[in-house]
Write a protein that binds this ligand. Structure first.
Ligand SMILES: Nc1ncnc2c1ncn2[C@@H]1O[C@H](COP(=O)(O)OP(=O)(O)OP(=O)(O)O)[C@@H](O)[C@H]1O
Ligand SMILES: [Mg+2]
Length: 439
């Protein structure tokens, strides 16, 4: 029916046109499987069918991610769609659409007072349950509908437990999408994307399954360590060097880990580590850090930035650390680390390992040991086991060192040359595709 759509996309759109949708409509499945693309076409159709004075809403995790994932694409698919993220409004066929980000502290309050005819949700698993249930309560017009896309998460996630698994009771319909069905992505790129994901990430993001994370976290590293462990890394190939700092409290240890990136975040190299023992005062910590910092400086010539934990009294310790280093005439740049969700840090490192873009110096024995033995906690959703058997602190410190670069590393995966994709797409515009291939 629609020539450019694959069979699954076609099937879904036919359901939309034949009014075989439900109150809650969710497109779920693998990454890059064409859910967003076809859901936006469906959104155009739905909006056109509702009266002009109805209220519509599009929501993403943030306004920026909504723009990146949906608004730009929607505008390229339909020039009648115009939007302003600063005004948080869009218009289409003479109808007004409000735009919101779940993470915006005022969003919930704003939506609380609305009566909505239809809502579009990008990446539903990143919403809070409260926001979602409140959104449903706002969809109170006759024939109100919610349309959303999502990748699978853990089976304990509220979206599957409270909604998808109860679809028969809830007037909720699901459509499944798979990466292999997306004919717009060249086969060799699909093949390389499949190599990127391992373990639970493969099951969720490639196979599209809601599965529990279990067993070894970095199984590919654990089963083939010699591939990643090296004696030395050429200093001139490093574009930047960063130190991650995790402060130990009663049970946890203090850990410092140095990492380096090669050009364009191609390879992440763990260069050094230090887990000082017997830290019984802030001064002792400062002294150990400064020694480690000087050692790295001596060996590599420079350090770009340091990223420290900021939970509890972390920020106070960091202030003290900065002052201590300054007094020793060693000015250091220490920022609060970006934390992200632990699963996002693990996912990005797994993808680097999976694509052979990770190396670790053999001297980093604690980090090597922790990477090889880290496991998911049984019966818990996406929790890394932290019962003292594995040195999690050294992993935290390593992750703090690279976490601020997660968006950049993510962008470096599967960059498909714009020309190649436009040829496949029938020329739908470069920007869309350059953005579109980023997961
Ligand atoms: N029928 C189509 N015609 C042209 N391009 C398409 C089509 N279907 C999908 N694409 C393109 O393929 C890429 C992946 O599609 P899309 O973003 O819809 O996937 P997704 O399932 O939403 O992925 P994710 O789970 O990562 O958000 C995008 O660049 C999209 O524009
Ligand atoms: Mg999408």
């Amino acid at each position: 029916m629609f020539e450019k759509l694959n069979p699954r996309q076609n099937e879904f759109l036919i359901d939309v046109i034949d009014e075989k949708t439900s109150r809650i409509n969710i497109l779920q499945g693998s990454v890059r499987s064409g859910k967003t693309y076809v859901s936006l076409i469906a959104w155009l159709i739905l909006i056109a069918l509702y009266p002009k004075n109805s209220n519509f809403l599009m929501v993403g995790k943030t306004i920026t991610s909504l723009k990146r994932n949906c608004l730009t694409l929607l505008a390229s698919l339909c020039p009648a769609f115009v939007f302003s993220t600063s005004k948080k409004e869009a218009s289409l066929f003479g109808r007004k659409i409000y735009l919101e980000g779940v993470n915006d502290s005022r969003a919930e309050q704003k939506i609380r007072g609305m009566t909505l005819q239809a809502a579009y949700c990008d990446e539903l698993t990143l919403f809070t349950e409260d926001f979602f249930s409140m959104l449903l309560s706002r969809l109170s017009m006759p024939n109100s509908k919610l349309l959303g896309t999502t990748n699978p998460d853990s089976p304990g996630h509220w979206l599957i437990k409270k909604y998808i698994s109860r679809k028969n009771d809830l007037n909720l319909k699901i459509w499944d999408f798979f990466l292999d069905d997306n004919e717009m992505i060249p086969k060799e790129i699909i093949a390389s994307m499949k190599k990127e994901y391992t373990g639970v990430f493969y099951d969720r993001f490639i196979l599209g399954k809601w599965v529990q994370a279990e067993g070894l976290i970095y199984s590919r590293f654990a089963n083939d360590k010699s591939r990643y462990i090296i004696e030395k890394f050429p200093i001139h190939e490093l574009q930047s060097i960063h130190i991650g700092v995790d402060y130990g409290a009663s049970k946890s240890k203090t850990a410092f880990v140095t990492i380096g990136f090669t050009r364009s975040y191609e390879t992440l190299v763990v260069l050094d580590e230090f887990v000082p023992l017997g830290i019984n005062s802030p001064e002792k910590l400062y002294e150990n850090f400064l020694n480690f910092y000087r050692k790295i400086q001596k060996e590599y010539g420079y350090i770009s930035t340091c990223y420290a934990d900021w939970g509890g009294l972390g920020q106070v310790i960091t202030k003290g650390l900065q002052t201590y280093c300054l007094q020793a005439k060693v000015p250091v740049k220490i920022h609060d680390c970006s934390k992200f969700r632990i699963i996002e840090r693990i996912n990005i490192l797994s993808r680097l390992i999976g694509t052979d873009r990770f190396r670790i110096l053999s001297r980093c024995s604690e980090t090597i040991e922790s990477l090889s033995s880290a496991v998911w906690e049984d019966e818990k959703d996406d929790v890394r086991l932290d019962n003292g058997t594995v040195n999690i602190d050294v992993l935290d410190a390593m992750e703090y060192a690279f976490a601020s670069f997660i968006p950049k590393i993510s962008n470096s995966f599967n960059k498909i040359p714009a020309k190649e994709l436009c040829a496949f797409s029938g020329g739908a515009g470069e920007e869309k595709f350059l953005e579109g291939v980023i997961i």
